[in-house]
Ligand binder design. Structure first.
Ligand code: PLP
Length: 410
């Protein structure tokens, strides 16, 4: 029987150098993990090692450094494949992040398959990255964007979705987990319903890969997008997974070096995926660093991280509910460790500013989900989001700081 891993929070915290500093003369409490996660030493060391000793442009050289780094880059692709259980490495495209991945499909799929009068389905709780690219496509092609409504707990209304799918629907693009509310959407069901009518589904996994095990074959999604920086990897990295049949079929969304088979002034032919979708010099250092982050997560254990974060979510929810006048936005039955809230009569910026002075980093504003703010009839919220290295002690600090905020403005 496999041995359960022990969750050693002190060792984990020691791996993240940035956490051990003072901000405004207070120990830093970093609760802005949905925006970006901090990087563990193995990731920092890997990036440092490449720039110090190994840097060379990949895929184009016969010399030692280039061949070594090309090998490391392709090994990183294999690590990503294994991490999300894709069937093939050529289904893994390295991009600059989730936004980049979604735009690639909105453009490429949109060019080939979307025509006037067609429909694209998204949901009310999308991040702007999964709204605007589809909106722009609809404007370009004279197509229609349909939006699945949510209930006041922040859950997708499945019956409304079922009624929305029709012969006109060309693609469904849905976030797996809401960055603002923490809602875990039932993407498996959303995909099954779409597939009954042969409609492909793109899953925005920006907030899910770092919190739960992803199996793209089990989900049966057609596309899956995520960002390296939200999964403890370097900035400017990301992944677009696409089923082989789609990647073979779709046109490239960017052209130039790397992605060609043959070029002449009369005509150019393209190479096969994944390189067909990786025009130009990629962020190969970042991709290798991201693979290092995935190894780190596997070492700690995704199930163990999920259990730890669930403990933090439950504890933080109960503590925050004790604070007079505090309302939590997003109370879905299935949630990850994100809590959006407002305290009555206190502006979210004021709360954020005072917390900052006490060393606590939270996010304030609309969190790139303005339509979702409209649903709740608020301009913005305060959002705390917990990661593998956060502790209940930090939540106690947050609680005491919020009591102070209340006293100052109340
Ligand atoms: N989708 C979701 C759900 C997100 O939370 C984010 C970022 O917060 C994005 C997309 C965009 O990610 P990036 O800015 O890394 O491209």
């Amino acid at each position: 029987m496999a041995q359960a891993k022990t969750y050693d929070i002190d060792t984990i915290r020691r791996d993240f150098p940035i956490l051990h500093q003072q901000v405004h003369n207070q120990p830093l409490i970093y609760l802005d993990n949905a925006a970006t996660t901090q990087k563990p030493k193995p990731v920092i060391d890997k990036v440092n090692e490449i720039y110090s000793l190994k840097n060379s442009n990949i895929h184009r050289g016969v010399h030692y450094l280039s061949t070594q780094l090309t090998e490391a880059y392709e090994e990183a692709r294999e690590k990503v494949r294994e991490f999300i259980n894709a069937g093939n490495t050529h289904e893994i495209i390295f991009t600059g992040g989730t936004t980049h991945s979604i735009n690639a499909i909105a453009y490429s799929f949109g060019e080939k398959y979307v025509q006037a009068g067609d429909e694209i389905i998204i949901a009310e709780l999308e991040h702007h990255a999964n709204i605007v690219p589809w909106q722009v496509l609809c404007e370009r092609k004279d197509a229609r964007l349909k939006v699945i409504p949510i209930n006041d707990r922040g859950e997708i209304i499945m019956e409304a979705y079922e009624k929305m799918i029709s012969g006109k629907t060309k693609i469904v693009a849905i976030n797996h987990i809401s960055n603002t509310l923490g809602t875990i959407n039932d993407v498996k069901k959303i995909i099954n319903l779409a597939h009954k009518q042969d409609i492909p589904v793109l899953v925005d996994g920006a907030q899910s890969v770092q919190h739960q095990t992803i199996d793209v074959q089990e989900l049966d999604c057609d596309f899956f997008a995520f960002s390296g920086h939200k999964i403890y990897g370097p900035n400017g990295t990301g992944v677009l997974y696409g089923k082989e049949k789609w990647l073979e079929d779709l046109p490239p969304y960017q052209t130039g070096g790397e992605m060609i088979h043959k070029v002449s002034f009369e005509h150019t032919t393209y190479t096969s995926p994944p390189l067909k979708f990786e025009a130009g010099t990629s962020n190969y250092v970042g991709a290798i660093g991201m693979a290092e982050a995935l190894k780190y997560l596997q070492k700690i254990g995704l199930d163990e991280i999920a259990a730890h974060e669930k403990g933090l979510l439950d504890y933080a929810t109960s503590r925050l509910e004790e604070i007079p006048g505090l309302t939590i936005y997003g109370t879905a039955s299935k949630k990850i460790s994100v809590i959006s809230f407002l305290i009555e009569n206190i502006h979210h910026y004021d709360t954020g500013m005072v917390l900052d002075k006490m060393g606590i980093a939270v996010r304030t504003g609309h969190h790139c989900t303005e339509p979702l703010m409209n649903h709740f009839n608020v301009e913005g919220t305060v959002r705390c989001s917990f990661a593998m290295y956060n502790t209940k002690d930090e939540i106690d600090h947050l609680y005491r700081a919020l009591i102070k905020v209340n006293e100052m403005f109340g």
